[in-house]
Every structure is written in C-alpha cells, then in structure tokens.
Design a protein around this ligand. Structure first.
Ligand code: DUC
Ligand code: ZN
Ligand code: ZN
Length: 471
C-alpha cells in the first residue's frame, strides 16, 4: 500500500498563520502529512517549485440559479457557476437557497439541492434566505435545519416581498440565539429606499445611475446601525454582508470596539468600481448595478482599511450573474428598463481571488497570510466548515490551489468560465493567478487546463458557527 496518493513537492505553503517551505502529502482525499522531503516512489508528484501552495478559496457569498423576479434568469447554474469558481482558485462555495413567501424553508433548500445535484464541480453548501418568518419557520423548521447542517440564514431589510420588518428580525434573532444559527444581514433600509426610488422616478431619473442615487450611504448606514442595535438588543452575533463604504464600515467598527460580536464582509466591487461606472453611456451603466451600489474613492479606501484592520473578516464575490444582452437578464425591458427594474448584481466568482491578490498582496496592502484568511480560512471558520475546509493541515480535505504569484493576466470576458456575457473588470491587469487546483485530492485544474468533472462536487453539511450564540 502506498503511503501517499500524491505529494505536492517544493512549494511555499501559506496558511492564515504561517508561510513555510514544505511538501504536502495526500491520501484518500485528505492531507495526511506536511514534511521537508516526503518520500513515496509510487505517489504522483506535483511540482510546486516557485509556486504558493494555499488552501482552495472558500467563497461564502454567491448566488447561483436563484430566481430573481418575473422573467429574469440568472446566467449561471451550478455547472457554470462552480466551474468558474474552480477556475478562479476556489474549492468551496456557499450559495443561497431563497425561501419564497408561502414556501417552507425545507421546500426552499430542496429546490436548490435538486438544481445542484450532479452539477457541481467543487463542494458546496447552502445558506437559507428567510423571507417568510412564520411561527413554524422560526419555531420548528429553523432548529431542524440547523441540526441538519444548514447553520446560517440571511435576512433582507431591503426588498419588496423579501424584507423583514424590525419585529420579524427580532423574532428571528431570538430563535437563532436559542438554536445556534448564524444570521447574515443585507442592510439597506426598505423605507428609505422606497422613498428615494419614488422620488427619483417621479423626477424622471430612471437611468442606471439612479440606482446609486437611490441608495446613498445613509440608506446602508441607517440599516446597518439598526441591525447592529437589534443584535445587541437580543444579545446575539450577526454578520453584515457586502458592506460597501466608509459610513457602514464605521458603524461596524464602532460596534466591534464596544465588544459586540458583529462580523462583516466586503467584496471586489467595492474596491474597484464607483458610482461613475453606473454613469457610463446609455445603458452600459446597468452592467455595474449591484446592491449596495459601488460608491467613491473614499469608500474604496475605507473598505481597504476594514480589510487591513480586521473589521471585515471575509472577502466574498457576491457573484450574482445576469446577462446584459437579451431580456432575461439585466435589461428585461430593453433600453427603457428603469434602474429599479434592472436585475441586481454583478458576476465575479472567478476574479475574486486574483483581484484580492493583485490589489492587496502585490500592492502591499495585505500580506499573504491575510490573503488566505480573507479568501478562505475565515469563511470556513465563520460558517462551520473549519478545519475540514479553509486550511492546509493534517486531517483537512486536500483542497489546494497552486498559485503563480508573478503571472500577469488581463481580465477579459473571453478568458472566464462563467455563463455571464461580460465582466465588470474587463481590461484590468492583475498579477497572480491560480494554476492548479485540487479538490479533495483530485486535480481539477492543471496548469490552467480544466481536468475535473462536472458532478465531482459534494454537498457539505456544516457545523454550527463557533461564533453563533449559546449552543
Ligand atoms: N444582495 C445580494 O446579496 N446580492 C445581490 C443583490 C442583493 O441585493
Ligand atoms: Zn444582499
Ligand atoms: Zn449577494
């Protein structure tokens, strides 16, 4: 019997805490040894000389095959979405299962399981979005789902038909505290937003930039503060998703400095895009419509500060892909589509890690270990997947990315594997790119060539978050 199936030889192993030169020994889907010169004549040797050897990325905020309004279809299903994730150096994704009003939470997750079945290239799990917090959803279904490994739930404070009011959020927080669920919040206030949309549309401002004008930072700041206050009121941890700017970031920092267990995430679009992108000619600006909207250079700087200072624990893509061409995507009413009816979201599952590496590590804003923490380890820790996922350690799944830190790539739509028809980062030059990816010990991408198979990915039941309330 061979000791190892595979040895990754001669690379620089980077985890969230250490950078060491060693080999990685893999057997039966797991990492079983880290050592100076591992020997096994019959093992496959992967030469990692000159490369970084890191845990595969964990993208804990992605939308795949999620219904998004009448006639609107997401561009990626589990096949293309997870393929694109894999080619961007990821080995785990956590998409959302959205509960429609009138649906049980269990019915919602079952729909997404069916959509993912046999179609995932890499491992996946699900967060559940609660839009109908009935007594049975909160009293019976939520605890049963937590027991079954669905341990995180997202709430919208924002959209017609999906948003929860304060009392409903309080009830959800209370239930999550009792059952150890971890709550994620989309913090943009429904009422402030409705007011702004009606006002702008009444003035005839229906073009794409109206999206940014309708959601100034105060809309996000107010809701962020309110969400934090409700978490404090019930005494329960909370994570604010896709934080876009200085004002909400400062609310989160304030809460953390007061000792509250408030966690937060930011995303590539808030480092690289601004409101000016939504002002591009004609309907071009619709490509950049996402919520919250991209803001300004000061907010970009604030998001970097948040990443550097630990205000943001995770960096996710919020991949939410809609076609720009045709009428099943962003522009469902063609060039006449009002900003409030443009499908909301940008693609970015494949470009997340290269952007963080190039703009972060290569430009000296974060170090290699912070890169691994923000792109992989902290996601696994927050959402109950660690140490199975998110690190290179004996006993962890052999989910590994071999990264060329010096490879220069110009991001272009035609090099990406998603099914969207554009990238918001067209023409961006990055340094650093994933070359080879292993998912549970299987080489699924080698020197940039896809070698995996659709259907290799498995569903992951998760533990309760170690940060969730009393368990
Ligand atoms: N919220 C998200 O998390 N993603 C896309 C759009 C939205 O509102
Ligand atoms: Zn959201
Ligand atoms: Zn999202």
């Amino acid at each position: 019997m061979t000791q190892f199936d595979m040895i990754i030889r001669g690379g620089t192993v980077v985890t969230a805490s250490d950078t060491i030169n060693c080999d990685v020994g893999i057997k039966d889907e797991k990492i079983i040894a880290l050592g100076q010169t591992l020997q096994d004549d019959s093992a496959r040797i992967i030469d990692a000389e000159g490369l970084l050897v890191m845990p595969g990325g964990v993208d804990s905020h992605v939308h795949i095959d999620q219904p998004s309004g009448p006639g609107v279809v997401m561009a990626d299903d589990f096949d293309t979405g997870t393929l694109s994730a894999m080619c961007g150096g990821n080995t785990t994704v956590i998409p959302f299962a959205l509960q429609d009003k009138g649906q049980t939470l269990r019915e919602a997750v079952e729909i997404y399981h069916k959509q993912a079945e046999g179609k995932s290239w890499i491992d996946h799990s699900f967060h559940v979005i609660i839009s109908d917090p009935t007594p049975s959803a909160l009293g019976q279904e939520l605890p049963a789902l937590v027991e079954d490994g669905y341990t995180s739930f997202k709430v919208y404070m924002t959209y017609e038909g999906l948003h929860l009011n304060d009392r409903e959020i309080i009830d959800l927080l209370e239930s999550s505290k009792r059952h150890g669920a971890f709550i994620m919040v989309h913090a943009e206030g429904y009422d402030t937003l409705r007011y702004m949309i009606e006002k702008l549309e009444g003035e005839g401002r229906t073009e794409p930039v109206g999206h940014a004008l309708s959601r100034p930072q105060v809309v996000e700041r107010e809701a962020t503060h309110r969400a934090i206050s409700l978490a404090e009121f019930i005494d329960v941890p909370m994570l604010l998703v896709h934080v876009s700017g200085r004002e909400p970031m400062e609310q989160i920092r304030w809460a953390q400095q007061r000792g509250l267990k408030i966690f937060a995430e930011t995303c590539p679009q808030y480092l690289l895009l601004t409101k000016d992108d939504l002002m591009k000619d004609g309907m071009e600006g619709a490509k950049y419509i996402c919520s919250p909207p991209p803001r300004d250079p000061d907010s970009q700087e604030a998001c970097w500060e948040g990443l550097q200072q630990g205000v943001f624990k995770i960096f996710s893509s919020d991949h939410c892909p809609f076609l720009i061409e045709g009428t099943s995507g962003k522009l469902r009413e063609g060039d006449k589509t009002k900003f409030s009816r443009v499908a909301n979201g940008v693609p970015g599952i494949e470009t997340r890690l290269p952007i963080l590496f190039s703009e972060g590590v290569k430009k000296g804003r974060i170090d290699l270990n912070e890169f691994v923490a923000l792109g992989s380890t902290n996601h696994a820790k927050l959402y109950g997947l660690y140490p199975q996922k998110g690190t290179i350690a004996v006993g962890s799944d052999a989910d590994v990315v071999l990264w060329d830190a010096d490879k220069k790539v110009t991001i272009r739509q035609d090099i990406l594997h998603h099914n969207c028809d554009y990238t918001p980062y067209e023409g961006l030059e990055v340094t650093g790119w994933p070359l080879t990816v292993l998912s549970r010990g299987k080489v699924v991408m080698e020197n940039g060539e896809v070698t995996g198979v659709c259907g290799h990915g498995r569903y992951l039941k998760r533990n309760k978050s170690p940060h969730a309330a009393s368990q």
